[in-house]
Design a protein around this ligand. Structure first.
Ligand code: AMP
Ligand code: TRP
Length: 351
């Protein structure tokens, strides 16, 4: 009798729980990053699971970055993590380029992943839509293989992300599965995405069909973690809405993307469900709801901004934290990637 085929879930259960996630330092962080990612990262840390968080500067350079700005944004990203509640003593916090195992494993995954898989990635398609795809960097195309390497260099079992990263995580699972099958090993876990909370996809304040993004040309479209209280209030006041009052049910928000977005943001910031928020605000006009949302946003974000500014005043200290984090990350990733080299039939890299 043959062995039963293991499902991905039981396969992953064989690996100790470990969380990994990353954010690109390709600009200042937004409210979308905070609600979709950072806030979740802190919750995971508090659950007592091993947590590894990374500023993925190698992903950032898949599109042009000014070197000095990239260095500064990496520090600012680290300051945002710490200000939001990541404790570098309990979580591992570092930037990707300091741990060469990411690049080494990414190359191997470039040889495992197929062109067709990459070509189907909606982020790749969106980023090259209407542009000359021939002029995009090869790194932008291969981006998801580097992301899989980030995760699997630690054999991470769970990855908290916003909704937009779901497809990339499916590709990570495909890469792990193909590697395990090709080499006849049970080496990599089949990582589970963790997409939780009321605000897994925060939309632009100017256009409810576009995600809030640090790369949107309009600063009015997003709330930055470095915005002042006045700027936050002004952006929320000017946010696009419709003339109707807030409804009683979520169902009634279906065709009202801008209204739904503001309700979801309120829910995300207050740690409540969107249904709960509607329970309180049903019948309210935006003239009432927006000031309440602005007040809530400022109360949550102002302490983070203040702490970020305090940390940014001492860049050397941030560099020390990232460097200590990189040492700890390296200690986990090095033996894993060394073993991958052996499995593949290569010779362990010299360090
Ligand atoms: P990025 O800024 O693209 O590096 O994204 C870092 C993390 O933030 C990922 O987990 C994203 O899914 C999450 N994220 C980015 N933008 C948003 C958004 N508008 N809403 C929710 N999550 C987001
Ligand atoms: N691609 C992710 C984003 O843009 C960032 C990222 C890179 C990431 N490597 C990762 C997220 C590993 C989770 C795990 O949002």
């Amino acid at each position: 009798m043959s062995e039963p085929v293991q499902t991905p879930q039981t396969q992953t259960a064989a690996f100790p729980a470990r969380i990994f996630s990353g954010i690109q330092p390709s600009g200042g962080l937004t409210l979308g990053n905070y609600l979709g990612a950072l806030k979740r990262f802190v919750e995971k840390q508090e659950e007592g699971i091993e947590t590894i968080y990374c500023l993925v500067d190698m992903h950032a350079i898949t599109v042009w970055q000014e070197p000095e700005k990239l260095r500064q944004q990496t520090r600012e990203g680290a300051a945002a993590f710490i200000a939001a509640g990541i404790d570098p003593a309990r979580s591992i916090l570092f930037n990707q380029s300091q741990v060469s195992a990411h690049a080494e494993l990414a190359w191997i995954f470039n040889c495992v992943a197929r062109m067709g898989w990459m070509g189907r990635m909606t982020q790749w398609k969106d980023k090259t839509a209407g542009k000359n795809a021939e002029a995009a960097s090869l790194g932008l195309f291969a981006y998801p293989a580097l992301m899989a390497a980030d995760i699997l260099a630690y054999k991470a079992t769970h990855v908290p992300v916003g909704e937009d990263q779901k497809q990339h995580l499916e590709l990570t699972r495909d890469i792990a599965t193909k590697f395990n099958n090709d080499y006849g090993v049970n080496f990599f876990p089949i990582t589970e995405p963790v997409i939780e909370g009321a605000a897994t996809r925060v939309m632009s304040l100017r256009d409810g069909s576009k995600k809030m993004s640090k790369s949107d040309p309009s600063d009015q479209s997003r709330i930055n973690l470095t915005d002042t209280a006045d700027a936050i209030a002004a952006k929320i006041r000017k946010a696009k809405t419709d003339p109707e009052p807030l409804p009683e049910t979520l169902e009634a928000l279906k065709e009202r993307p801008e209204a739904r977005n503001l309700v979801n943001i309120y829910a995300g910031l207050s740690g409540r469900t969107a249904a709960d928020v509607l329970g309180e605000f049903a019948g309210a006009q935006f003239g009432t709801f927006k000031p309440a949302l602005a007040e809530l946003a400022v109360s949550v974000l102002a302490p983070i901004t203040t702490e970020m500014n305090r940390l940014m005043a001492d860049p050397a200290e941030i560099d020390r934290i990232l460097s200590a984090g990189a040492d700890r990350a390296e200690a986990i990733a090095r033996p894993i990637v060394d073993e991958v080299y052996e499995i593949v039939g290569m010779v362990r890299p010299r360090r």
